[in-house]
Design a binder for this molecule. Structure first.
Ligand code: NAD
Ligand code: SER
Length: 317
């Protein structure tokens, strides 16, 4: 039986787009989508219902499809995790252990596991945050991602596990909805601009955060996974940078398309999370080691988001 790739958490914001791209490269039947919930879009290849915390179910799917590569995307994100810290820790850590163990036992060959800018905390330098620096995350999500990075590096050093990772910034795309993060406003704002010409933002106007257009994030994910092993020098997780902007700056960009667009600000608990994260990221190691380069500026992303989302929302009416 030919080898296949398993994406766990495929119904989420990243999984929806990643599965589509992987299927273009490796063929529909070789990329198995899996999630605890139904997909956001119609599937062009196999979909398996999977609770990643259920080891037997995971092992059965790996065996059934001869899976050799796993993209583990299932997790609770920053805002949702704060509402249920114990469960967030359980899901974010044990999902990773279940997959790392499969690689340790040589059942699978390669893993992608995403980390996040949330690994940094209020004591981290906030501008152009270095790859190696102080990391004292204050959210349960950030703590789980930092611990996950340590475990990835440990499994690599100790057992030779090939597990590759990126610290994604906040991701923005039109094909799927975000799943409970602090950066979700930067997706919602486009939906609301088109639907109501107005948006009430849960972060304050000058809150700068590192962000990235989804197609850049997917490109980086596939690029790091396809890089020759000898090019990977960091086995915890790579800093990755796209664009940095504030709610006020993205609103100005949207106003170029919707001149009457109105934004108001009503910060909630997510403000404190955002204030503990970097404002911009130094990703020179990703550039040096595996040739990373982002394509999207704020202007280019806004054009793409509005054009594609307008079309999609029209089709749904
Ligand atoms: P998401 O919340 O949109 O998707 C996660 C998916 O995992 C959901 O479809 C959910 O149903 C699924 N899931 C939850 N519990 C599961 C379980 N027990 N078994 C199987 N599936 C389960 O998240 P996302 O934005 O797609 O993020 C994917 C990964 O990327 C996460 O690890 C997240 O921390 C990381 N990340 C995302 C961003 C971002 O801006 N989206 C930024 C940094 C890091
Ligand atoms: N976008 C993510 C979040 O806000 C960052 O990891 O949780």
């Amino acid at each position: 039986m030919s080898k296949s790739i398993l994406v766990i958490g495929s119904s989420g914001q990243i999984g929806t787009e990643l599965v589509e791209e992987l299927r273009k490269i490796y063929g529909n039947s070789h990329v198995i989508a899996s999630d605890i919930k139904k997909p956001q879009v119609e599937q062009t290849g196999p979909f398996e219902e999977l609770d990643i915390l259920n080891k037997e179910q995971l092992h059965a799917i790996i065996k059934k499809h001869n899976v050799k590569e796993v993209y583990l995307l299932a997790a609770l994100l920053s805002a949702t995790a704060e509402k249920n810290p114990a469960f967030a820790w359980d899901l974010n850590m044990n999902s990773l252990f279940n997959v790392l163990e499969l690689a340790k036992e040589k059942v699978i060959d390669k893993i992608f596991w995403p980390s996040s800018i949330a690994v940094f905390g209020p004591t981290t330098p906030r501008q152009n945050t270095p790859q190696f620096t102080v990391m004292e995350p204050t959210t349960v999500y950030g703590i789980s991602k930092q611990a996950g990075e340590r475990w990835c590096e440990y499994y690599h050093n100790k057992y030779g596990v090939d597990v590759r990772s990126i610290r994604y910034p906040g991701l923005i795309g039109y094909k799927s909805l975000p799943g409970g993060g602090t950066t979700d406003y930067a997706v919602d704002i486009f939906h609301q601009a088109i639907k109501t010409n107005s948006y009430e933002c849960f972060l304050s106007e000058n809150t700068a955060l590192p962000m990235m257009y989804m197609s850049d994030a997917i490109k980086a994910t596939i690029q790091i996974m396809q890089s020759p092993k000898e090019n990977i020098k960091i086995w915890s997780s790579y800093n990755l940078s796209g664009i940095s902007f504030t709610p006020k700056e993205i609103a100005v960009e949207i106003k170029k398309h919707y001149p009457n667009f109105n934004i108001t600000y009503k910060p909630d608990f997510r403000q404190q999370i955002a204030d503990s994260w970097p404002q911009s990221i130094d990703d020179s190691r990703a550039k040096e080691d595996w040739n990373w380069k982002a394509n999207y500026t704020l202007e280019k992303m806004t054009n793409e988001m509005l054009k594609n989302l307008e079309q999609l929302l029209k089709q749904k009416i």
